[in-house]
Design a protein around this ligand. Structure first.
Ligand SMILES: Nc1ncnc2c1ncn2[C@@H]1O[C@H](COP(=O)(O)OP(=O)(O)O)[C@@H](O)[C@H]1O
Ligand SMILES: [Mg+2]
Length: 267
């Protein structure tokens, strides 16, 4: 595993990818009634910002990400990317889910190239971009491998490569590291940070790991459940690379954990 000697000051220029969520509400039908899952959510994500969303299970985090991805267009309120309404999935908006959803019958290379389905990107350019993403996520030599031949971390890297091959301005990540073992997870957190710094990309990541949120994000949005609402937004404001044992880091983490009743009393 390579160290990642990056400082925030070396960050690549931001290309766009601002998100606006304005008074968004979402209900699902449930046994003849309507279950309100998101209740008047408003949140702006600045171009190039890294925002983490934390909250208990069932508070609507995935629902919100699906709306932002354009996968579900049945909601009240307004969703904009760089001022344009979000009306459906787009190559410029990359998506990474926890279970990474690689097609088991396709190789790594073919899985990544699948992002180009229904686009007019010419074949030669597709091949070049797929190869570049494979190299970037460190999967050289595995282009022809099938998902079952990869470790969890490698599969997740392939899923990230598939999201990146469209050169997105925004990456939407739904518990992307949730299925990984603890060590792989720490390593992939550094990779996400490197990607964010190198690409000037906007990232909106759902995680249930508060430390991960504080390690990566500029702001941490705490959602509360039933119905899903924004409880509070915590600025992080620590320089990268962040030190998990740093007193400011620990104080921010514990402050957020306290929101969930999960912090030990001071000894
Ligand atoms: N397609 C659906 N139909 C009905 N209810 C749904 C659907 N998707 C999610 N829900 C409900 O919406 C709530 C929020 O779900 P979700 O967004 O997956 O939460 P989270 O990702 O925060 O755990 C849950 O109560 C869930 O049961
Ligand atoms: Mg979820």
């Amino acid at each position: 595993m390579t160290a990642i000697p990056v400082e925030a000051s070396t960050r690549a220029p931001v290309r766009g990818g601002g998100l606006r969520i304005e008074h968004v509400s979402k209900s699902f039908p449930l046994r003849g009634e309507s279950l309100l899952v998101l209740d008047d959510i408003s949140l702006s994500v600045e171009p190039g910002e890294f925002v983490a969303i934390v909250g208990g299970s069932g508070c609507g985090k995935s629902t919100l990400l699906r709306l932002l991805a354009g996968l579900d267009t049945d909601y009240q309120g307004t969703l904009l990317q760089d001022g344009e309404p979000i009306a459906g999935p787009r190559l410029e908006r990359g998506l990474v889910f926890q279970d990474h959803r690689l097609f088991p019958w396709l190789t790594v290379e073919q899985n990544i190239a699948a992002a180009f389905t229904n686009t007019d990107v010419p074949p030669a350019e597709r091949r070049a971009r797929v190869a570049a993403e494979i190299a970037r996520v460190g999967l050289d030599g595995f282009a022809g491998a099938y998902p079952h031949q990869l470790s969890g971390g490698m599969s997740q890297r392939a899923a990230i490569a598939r999201a990146l091959v469209g050169r997105p301005e925004v990456l939407l990540l739904d518990e992307p590291l949730g299925a990984l073992d603890a060590l792989t997870r720490l390593h992939m957190q550094k990779e996400l940070r490197r990607l964010w710094l190198d690409e000037g990309i906007t990232m909106l990541m759902v995680t249930h790991d508060i430390e991960e949120a504080v390690f990566l994000a500029d702001r941490v949005v705490v959602l509360e459940a039933r119905p899903g609402r924004v409880r509070r937004i915590q600025e992080v404001g620590l320089a990268h690379p962040r030190q998990r044992r740093d007193a400011n880091f620990v104080a921010l983490r514990d402050g957020l954990l306290a929101d969930f009743g999960e912090v030990e009393e001071a000894r």
